[in-house]
Write a protein that binds this ligand. Structure first.
Ligand code: IMP
Length: 181
């Protein structure tokens, strides 16, 4: 049961996506990836911290041989992107070279994070790269990036829950809540 509103750091958030809706969509994406990567064994790169919950559910929904590793590149603070991308932590060229990589992201907002990370990843010579993002703020996109697997296209409003935080809080909430007007 979703509460009619929650407060995090003094801000009010309203219900947006229930855990049932999320689970259904994650299951569909898992099936789609399983079909698309049949006979392959992709390497999932889950972007910490936000994508940990989506990653855990998504790989369980994938009925194929695969591996997963966790990387860190978030530059986000508060409600707006700080625009400064740290270099990728937790990844070596030998992990990636020749692999079919699927990046797992919680949310693509402006797309700057992904468009700065993709060239760094390309230098590690993967066989292929795809992006699976649970949420995409389509209207906020400022970069030309291909997102092969999108959970939900959402409006340009701040969201928390299911791994997503507001200044470190809210990641444990099983549903997704949206900043109230
Ligand atoms: P981008 O570089 O603007 O695409 O931002 C991507 C990153 O910003 C995501 O991986 C999140 O960490 C963070 N982010 C963007 N929008 C939200 C939001 O609504 N809630 C929580 N984090 C967000």
């Amino acid at each position: 049961m979703m509460k009619d509103h929650i407060k995090v750091h003094g801000l009010a958030f309203r219900p947006y996506l229930s855990q049932e809706q999320i689970a259904e969509r994650v299951g569909e994406i898992g099936q789609q990836i399983s079909r698309d990567y049949e006979g392959k064994s992709p390497l999932f790169l889950a972007v910490l911290n936000g994508a940990f919950m989506f990653a855990a559910d998504l790989i369980r929904a994938c009925a194929i041989d695969c591996s997963i590793t966790f990387i860190r590149l978030s530059s986000y603070e508060g409600l707006n992107s700080s625009g400064k991308l740290k270099t990728v932590i937790g990844l070596q060229k030998e992990d990636v070279k020749g692999q079919d990589v699927i990046i797992i992201e919680d949310i693509v907002d402006t797309g700057h994070t992904m468009s700065e990370f993709l060239p760094q990843l390309a230098e590690m010579e993967p066989a292929s790269v795809a992006i699976a993002s649970l949420l995409v703020k389509t209207e906020a996109l400022e970069c030309d990036i291909d997102i092969q697997y999108t959970g939900f296209e959402i409006p340009m409003k701040f969201v928390i829950g299911y791994g997503l935080d507001y200044d470190g809080r809210g990641r444990n909430i099983p549903d997704i809540y949206q900043l109230a007007d």
